[in-house]
Design a protein around this ligand. Structure first.
Ligand code: GLA
Length: 385
């Protein structure tokens, strides 16, 4: 059994004096290709990670939620009948989820739990979406409403948009709720259609954490979202998803160069995703790797969400043994890159990255070899610990 699951169950037993009735899990994610496209109704290809948030919990008789975070060594209590919700630290995610569930009139019942997670925070691996999804999964169990993953993802996204204040798209919440082990999900973010794409055989997806975190990510992110809306309005489209590169060229004169570059990234990235999905289905590994490299250049030069650490990491990856392609992943400005590597060269690749990145940035990277996992799930507590 997962070591975080064991940890939260043991901590629950110590804190509440008996066993939890449920173990709830929701994973982080890495996105293969299709970055900063989701909030323009575009295409993405994320996969759920084994790294996840876990909550050990049991129902309460009253209308109270008591939650202890092992990672923050801190507890919080919310009265569901008259919640006094404030914007505050890690509790914000619980408060945001309670706020959105009440806004949308879901029936709520009390529960108590202990939580912890191993999704690196602020690294672009969707630790906050995983937490929101885990909390909604817990409410579904204890309040007796059916777990509907797409609806849950929309609720979590609304909590993030309107409570936390980040105008994110739906990708992170959707993959955390709907992930399928062994697969990437090809998601159309306009209608939320999902296709499961098996990962190409003989290849590994490796996350390369630069160990850099940049502040103000949220405000830069919201600014990119507004620029995409502005560009689509100039192009006379509802969303950039509906525009083509020839539409863009035809209107280029009416657009500031900055908006032109933002739109060019989104429109070309959507095309790259469609080609990448075909490449995965036809085992064209070289093409898939090339598309990832093109994606990085577009994010770096046109969308301007990369950073020197991410660029150095991608450079290191591209010169390491067995690498077919690499790019930054997630919102950017720091955090992680993702690389596609042949299985037989994985160890050499990892050694080469460690040496190269340390030399360039004087930092030890965190390297995670991915095993695509299932989305949010409920498990029985362990009987023998
Ligand atoms: C963050 C957001 C997502 C998505 C990515 C960039 O992870 O939460 O909705 O926009 O950035 O692709």
């Amino acid at each position: 059994m997962n070591k975080i699951a064991i940890k939260v169950q043991q901590a629950f037993e110590k804190r509440f004096g008996s066993s939890p009735t449920h173990l709830i899990r929701a994973p982080g994610r890495v996105n293969l290709i299709g970055e900063h496209t989701d909030y323009s109704g575009g295409f993405v290809t994320p996969l759920a990670l084994e790294e996840a948030h876990w909550i050990a919990a049991r129902p309460r008789e009253d209308q109270t939620v008591i939650l202890h975070s092992l990672d923050y060594d801190d507890s919080t209590k919310v009265n569901l009948t008259e919640p006094q919700l404030q914007l505050k630290g890690w509790q914000n995610y619980l408060n945001g989820v309670v706020w959105v569930l009440k806004e949308e009139n879901w029936p709520l019942s009390g529960w108590e739990g202990v939580m912890s997670g191993d999704v690196p925070q602020g690294a672009g691996l969707s630790s906050s979406a995983a937490l929101e999804t885990a909390l909604i999964r817990a409410f579904a169990e204890f309040s007796g409403f059916t777990w509907l993953p797409k609806i849950a993802a929309k609720l979590a996204q609304r909590a993030e948009n309107e409570w936390v204040g980040v105008s994110c798209g739906i990708m992170d919440q959707l993959i955390s709720a709907c992930g399928v082990s062994g697969h990437a999900l090809f998601i159309d973010c306009r209608n939320l259609d999902i296709q499961h794409v098996p990962l190409p055989e003989g290849l590994r997806i490796i996350i390369l954490d630069t160990k850099t975190r940049r502040g103000l990510v949220d405000s830069h992110y919201n600014e990119r979202h507004s620029q995409c809306k502005e560009a689509s309005a100039i192009l006379g489209k509802n969303m950039l998803r509906d525009a083509t590169l020839s539409n863009l060229e035809a209107q280029a004169a009416e657009m500031e160069p900055l908006l032109y570059r933002r739109a060019k990234h989104v429109i070309s990235e959507n095309e790259r995703v469609l080609q990448a999905v075909k490449a995965m289905r036809s085992d064209d590994h070289q093409l898939l790797g090339q598309l990832m490299q093109d994606s990085h250049i577009s994010l770096r030069d046109d969308f301007e969400v990369s950073s020197s650490a991410l660029d150095e990491m991608v450079e290191c990856a591209l010169t390491a043994p067995g690498c077919l392609g690499a790019r930054m992943t997630g919102a950017g400005f720091g955090g992680c890159a993702v690389a596609l590597v042949t299985v037989e060269k994985e160890d050499e690749f990892v050694n080469s990255i460690r040496e190269c990145y340390l030399k360039k940035m004087s930092l030890q990277p965190n390297i995670i070899s991915c095993t695509p996992a299932d989305g949010a799930s409920r498990h029985d507590p362990l009987t023998e610990l």
